[in-house]
Design a protein around this ligand. Structure first.
Ligand SMILES: [Zn+2]
Length: 235
């Protein structure tokens, strides 16, 4: 039923602009993969795949059939806290199979605020460091939606509501969002809580538990006044 269908999928990430600045750790580790700072979309796609593999998240088998993914910005007027969208205007479904889908003209559209900070880099302006890492985390979140086998949720920004912790929990628990948050936040913790991330990654916990802890820990840095997304990680 999906074949030949014009389809628009938009995935949204909400990141509020109020953050707790946290201490930065630079200890090196092979365990975590070597994640670099780069705003190049090919580098970011490579890093996203590596983190997905590390967390056991499945990648679409037909990614190689996609058009190249493009990266641009919009001002997202009246869309409040949206950081970026992954937009597909035409998905192809061989044998009517969602798992075999591949994308024509896939595009990541980022909020101008973050896009500018990402493009500005950090070499000349080290005060941009936090938003630069945050911006890369947002792109990696959207690239996870682009790569993931899990079918993405299709909510539109206007219908999203992050006004309460309960609503944010509901959103993050969606399977496609759970994966995208875990991967983006893995990158975020790599730069802001590396020893903690290392302890999580080398533990023998199941991947789903590791992902819940990663989300809890990164979310705590971004929303210090909020409660935990997963208060009981075993559920
Ligand atoms: Zn998302």
């Amino acid at each position: 039923m999906f074949s030949g269908m014009n389809f628009i999928t938009r995935i949204f990430l909400s990141i509020s602009l109020t953050f707790a600045f946290s201490s930065v750790s630079y200890s090196q580790s092979d365990t975590l993969l070597s994640l670099s700072m780069s705003e190049n979309i090919d580098d970011l796609t490579y890093m996203t795949k590596e983190i997905m593999n590390r967390l056991g998240i499945k990648i679409r088998p037909n990614v190689y059939l996609d058009d190249p993914i493009s990266f641009t910005f919009d001002d997202f007027k009246n869309k409040g806290n949206i950081g970026a969208n992954f937009v597909v205007t035409n998905a192809i479904y061989p044998n009517d199979s969602a798992s075999l889908r591949f994308y024509k003209k896939p595009e990541i559209v980022m909020k101008k605020f973050f896009y500018e900070r990402l493009k500005k880099g950090i070499k000349k302006d080290t005060s941009n460091y936090f938003f630069y890492i945050l911006g890369i985390n947002i792109i990696i979140h959207e690239l996870t939606h682009y790569l993931q086998l899990t079918y993405p949720s299709t909510e539109y920004a206007d219908s999203l509501d992050f006004s309460t912790l309960e609503k944010r929990r509901e959103y993050i628990k969606r399977p496609s969002e759970f994966e995208a948050y875990a991967v983006g936040y893995y990158y975020f913790l790599y730069y802001f809580r590396r020893p903690l991330l290392e302890r999580i990654v080398i533990s023998d916990l199941k991947n789903v538990i590791k992902m819940k802890i990663i989300i809890n820990e990164a979310d705590k840095l971004m929303y210090p006044a909020s409660g935990e997304i997963f208060p009981d990680i075993s559920h």
